[in-house]
Design a protein around this ligand. Structure first.
Ligand SMILES: [Zn+2]
Length: 107
């Protein structure tokens, strides 16, 4: 059984997004779960999120996941990432405008 091969996304936008998502998850874990390092649950979410980005249909053209019309996350992870996003709120606001402007310039 072989699945049709697809290039994994690895462009600069995807890489940046990966960095941001894992940063947010780690931040969240530190705040909520208080382990010295990332806990198992959050680590699982992180690998899942990174995998979703690698397979994102839009690749380099993607918008922020929260604006995306395709909800590619499984419901259970979706709930988790929503919690992460909510808790990382202020930080996202800081990051988002820059990111949107960059998207506009790319067009
Ligand atoms: Zn955690």
């Amino acid at each position: 059984m072989t699945r049709p091969k697809r290039e994994l996304n690895n462009g600069p936008n995807i890489q940046k997004e990966k960095l941001i998502v894992s940063k947010m998850i780690r931040l969240y874990c530190k705040k909520k779960h208080h382990y010295g390092m990332i806990c198992e649950e959050c680590h699982e979410l992180e690998s899942y999120a990174l995998k979703r980005l690698s397979f994102c249909l839009f690749g380099e053209e993607k918008t922020a996941c929260s604006n995306c019309k395709i909800h590619c996350y499984k419901p259970v992870y979706r709930e988790q990432i929503k919690k992460v996003m909510r808790s990382a709120g202020p930080w996202m606001i800081l990051w988002h405008p820059i990111y949107s402007v960059k998207h506009l310039l790319n067009k």
